[in-house]
Design a protein around this ligand. Sequence first.
Ligand code: GDP
Length: 322
Amino acid sequence: MRYADVGELVVQARNGVPRAVARLVSMVENASPALREVAAALAPHTGHAYVVGLTGSPGVGKSTSTNVLIAALREHGRTVGVLAVDPSSPFSGGALLGDRVRMEQHATDPGVFIRSMASRGHLGGLAWGTPQAIRVLDGAGFDVVLVETVGVGQAEVEIASLADTTIVLLAPGMGDGIQAAKAGILEVADVYVVNKADREGAETTVRDLRGALGLAGTYGPDDWHPPIVKTVAARNEGVDDVLAAIDAHRAWLERTDGLHARRRARAAREIEAIAVATLRERIGAVSGSTDLADQVATGKLDPFSAADQLIGSERRTRGGRP
Ligand code: GDP
């Protein structure tokens, strides 16, 4: 299949051609020079998808939950684009095993697109590439974009900054209530799901979590109070409760103008990430060929002045020339 240009690729993606969507995501992943054009072509079509983030420690049931969530959303007539981002994995392009299994299950459904993304490497983690990939799926017309990521380190916080609704998945027997408090996820989750509710200790996990949430602060009458939903993803139990919690959170966001505020903050971070990457690239090209380092190393120049020179914005003294 050949595409005349980026515009045509975007048209194809919007017409539901999975290969076109996949190619656009690859362009993001590879930081293609045509990305600028892609972003411009997509922009008028973005802003419609509802972005749901799903995160949690390895093994809590993220892929299983994603799978049943996709099915439930499809039953409700909504199309779903899934991005599985593994910040610890060097693999890319749908190479993950779990992915293949999932793809097989939804392979014949044009209303579902599933893709793994590598976030490690030159893209600078989730910050740079993931929002652009979300834009691709949004622009391609999916009603819901589900971003699944392994909860390691900063990932929860980053995913929360990308999603309209962030779900943190826990499972019994992992001391997750306490872990949650320690990892700082109490501030980022909009919905908690205690999966594997068929296992012993599920009630303890719920209680621990409730306790940790209670300690974290009090809620005003207009605040969102993150619900705790129990599921058995492996048996497709409780999934409708998760959807109901997402919808309730969305309704709250829309009622309080929080949705626009979140998306504006997201756009601001996105612009900043691109600007920083551009600047870093420019600096990288310059710094190797200047004698600034020599000057700083020999005391002829201070490093702040050198840095100002490097980014080409020599600071004007207050009250000096404009
Ligand atoms: P992920 O690493 O977070 O994506 O977790 P997976 O979805 O791969 O699930 C890890 C393991 O837990 C798999 O063997 C699943 O079959 C199992 N699992 C998932 N959900 C449940 C559940 O609700 N109950 C039980 N008992 N096992 C589950």
